[in-house]
Structures are given as C-alpha cells and as structure tokens.
Design a protein around this ligand. Sequence first.
Ligand SMILES: Nc1ncnc2c1ncn2[C@@H]1O[C@H](COP(=O)(O)OP(=O)(O)OP(=O)(O)O)[C@@H](O)[C@H]1O
Ligand SMILES: [Mg+2]
Length: 256
Amino acid sequence: MTALQESIALAAISVQPLLQARVRRKAYGDRPVLQNVPLDIAAGEVVSLVGASGCGKSTLLRIVAGLDTQYDGQVHLAGQPQQGITRDIGFIFQEPRLFPWLTVAENVAFDLGRAGRSHPQVRELLAEVGLAGFEGRLPKQLSGGQAQRVAIARGLFTRPRLLLLDEPFSAVDAFTRARLQQLLAEVARRHGLALLLVTHDVDEALFLSDRVVVLEARAGAELQVIENPLPRPRHREDASLGALRVLDALRHAHAF
Ligand SMILES: Nc1ncnc2c1ncn2[C@@H]1O[C@H](COP(=O)(O)OP(=O)(O)OP(=O)(O)O)[C@@H](O)[C@H]1O
Ligand SMILES: [Mg+2]
C-alpha cells in the first residue's frame, strides 16, 4: 500500500461510526413500531433517545443490543454486521436485575461465572462506582442506588465499546440520580465509551449527551436530532438552558 492509500484507508476508519443502525421495519404482528430509523453513533459519543411512551425506544435498544433479531434492516458495529449479542455492547436496564443468590462480586463478574469473582477488575470496577468493600454482599443488602451501581460495574466488566441504558436511573431518588449521572459521565469519559441512553428526563439527556435523538410517536416519521452545543464537562445549570429546545422537539414529535 502506498503512503497515500494508507492515509486514505486510515481516514476511512476514523470517519466510520462505531454504531450504524438501519432499521427499515420492525413490527409486532401487523403493527409497525419502527420504520426507516437511521442511527449512527461515533466512538466515545453520548446519545440520548427520547420520545413518547410506546414509540419504540426500548425496541430500538433491544435491536442494537442483538437481543431482538426479528426486524428488517442491519446493525453494524465498527463496520461488522451484528448478529446476536456481543461483549462489545453492554446493557443496563431500568432496574438492576442482579441475581439475588449471587454476591456483588459474582454479579459483576457474571460473564465469567462464579470463578470470576476474584478477577482483579471486579475490585477496580466496584471502587470506581463507589462500592469498594461491597464484594461479598448480597443484592438484598443493597439500597436501590447501590444496586444500580453494581449494574453499571457489571455493564463495564466485559469492556464494551458501547453501553446501552434503558431509563437506568428512573427508579432512584433525585439526589442518587444526580450522583449516578455524574458517575456515568465520568466512567464514559475514562473508558472512552459510547453511550446510547433512553430517558424521559430532558435535563438528564442534555447533561449527559452530545446529541439528543427524538423518536416520533408515529412509526415512519423522521427522527429529530438536536446537537448539544455545550462542551464537556457540562454543568447541571447549563443543561436546563437547552431543555426548552428538546421539549419543543418532543411536542412536535407528538410525545405529549
Ligand atoms: N413483545 C411485544 N409484543 C407486542 N407488542 C410489543 C412487544 N413489545 C413492545 N410492544 C409494543 O411496541 C411498542 C413499542 O414498545 P417499546 O417498549 O419499544 O416502547 P418505549 O418507547 O420503550 O416505551 P416506554 O417509554 O413506555 O418504555 C409499544 O406499543 C408496545 O406495546
Ligand atoms: Mg421502554
């Protein structure tokens, strides 16, 4: 390869999005839920997905995660077609979904089975999410916010490049929520992670993300994309300045 060809190839790699999802159609029975949804996410980019209840946000996340393969379209991760679940994509749900009979350490290292509990990364990750020393506890001995921190540590254990989060903080109180948002922003930056976050909280979307994608309530309608002009790290007060724009877009997307 000549130097010129090499630099062209490198340029092509650097502009290729980490995630390229093209959902032509996803229906349950005869009822279409998603139609012509294009979604690209660059490496390290944070994107929020907002829209009315039932408009298909969780469905889109499940497709991207490889949990749902019954749709018409393709998902590519770093240029490779995605077939089923992969360690490159982590998933954090609305509730922690910890296994009650496993310790915190075993839940974090679930990917490796029980033997993984003494993996050095377990301690590192638990310390990172503020739970140093919690290794041996059972989920019933944790608060809701602590349990969700364990879920974040578990989501990071496989060293994913993209983390999907479906309303991850909606079950915790406002103060815990603010702390977990901060934690997520730091973790994403430190690990160079891309995030796709479903949220109903417009301030959360603006505080955390580079772009807010508004999914229409009617399948097939165009996505609206709002670029967040605020540089990182963002401040909570700045986020509320942009909230009006997102609320306006949501109104146009028939979310309320
Ligand atoms: N397994 C299923 N079988 C049939 N219909 C389904 C199934 N899962 C979801 N749906 C329907 O698909 C639509 C999209 O659901 P989805 O869970 O993706 O919405 P959502 O945007 O995540 O909503 P919410 O904000 O309430 O979580 C809804 O109308 C829902 O009723
Ligand atoms: Mg949902």
